[in-house]
Every structure is written in structure tokens, then in C-alpha cells.
Design a binder for this molecule. Structure first.
Ligand code: NI
Length: 157
């Protein structure tokens, strides 16, 4: 496992739409291993492939000491609302409130291409939503309830 450099806000690659993963091969496994190590090294709860400069639909998360890799994730159900402060490894100097669904169900495949479904509440749901947004070029500051404060501080989008 190697740590990769985290791409920071202002870099255009964070604004691109990532492509589905098609090859479940050693390159993917290396990417996922490196993402895991990069996330832990930076004390993150989640990391999306575009944050290490790879525009593929792969995310890793660790919430409540549960590590999960989700490839080609898709939210198939959501309910409720929840507001909490979020941060992002690509936005170093700001945390702010974001409204997310309270509960979501996501379908994805694992690193071998096998499908699974995962239901999560609260922080697990929030973290998955945040990382899936990355795959669509969306950052939490875009939908942050404290966006004005962020912009006033000179924050970039
Ligand atoms: Ni993030």
C-alpha cells in the first residue's frame, strides 16, 4: 500500500464526472489499497478515487470502525433528513453544515465485481453521500448551509 497525493479544491479534476469501473483487475486493487492507506494517513472517514486523481467510480469509507469499498455505487433508496458539519480531505481549512438523507440504501459491487446492497443511517449514510458526490464532481461546499461564510473567508469552489 502506498499513500497518494490528495487533490485539493481548485483543481479541475475534482469537478469532472468519474467513469464506471469496468476492469476488476490488479490496477483497481492497487488503487483501492492506496486509497485506504491515504484515507487513514489523513484521518479521513472516506475518500473517492477522483481525490487521488483517478476519475473512476470507486470510494472507500470507514465509519464506526467498519471499512467498506464501494465500486460503481448508486443510491437506490433514501429517507429522512439530517444536518451535521462535514469536512473533506480536499478542502483543508473549512467545515460546514450539510443537509443529507438520514438513511440510504446503496447498491454497489466489491473489488471483484460482486454486487451487494448496503443500508446505512446517520454518519454512514452521510459519508456515502459525500463520497458519491465526489464521483459526480460535487463538493460539500457547493451544498453547504454555511457556503456564504466559506466564500467570505476566501474559499474557492
Ligand atoms: Ni470529500
Amino acid at each position: 500500500m502506498a499513500t497518494r497525493k490528495v487533490v485539493l479544491i481548485g483543481d479541475n479534476s475534482l469537478r469532472k464526472i468519474s467513469k464506471p469501473v469496468k476492469d476488476f483487475d490488479e490496477d483497481l486493487w492497487q488503487l483501492l489499497d492506496d486509497m485506504k492507506s491515504t484515507m487513514y494517513c489523513n484521518d479521513g472517514m472516506g475518500l473517492a478515487a477522483p481525490q487521488v486523481g483517478v476519475l473512476r467510480r470507486a470510494i472507500v469509507i470507514d465509519v464506526n470502525n467498519m471499512f467498506v469499498e464501494l465500486i460503481n455505487p448508486e443510491i437506490i433508496e433514501q429517507e429522512g433528513k439530517d444536518v451535521e458539519q462535514e469536512g473533506c480531505l480536499s478542502v483543508r481549512t473549512f467545515r460546514g453544515r450539510v443537509e443529507r438523507p438520514y438513511k440510504i440504501t446503496v447498491k454497489a459491487v466489491d473489488r471483484f465485481g460482486y454486487p451487494f446492497v448496503l443500508t446505512g443511517e446517520k454518519w454512514l449514510a452521510r459519508c456515502i453521500c459525500h463520497e458519491i458526490d465526489h464521483l459526480n464532481g460535487v463538493l460539500f461546499v457547493d451544498k453547504c448551509l454555511d457556503k456564504e461564510k466559506y466564500l467570505k473567508q476566501g474559499g474557492k469552489l
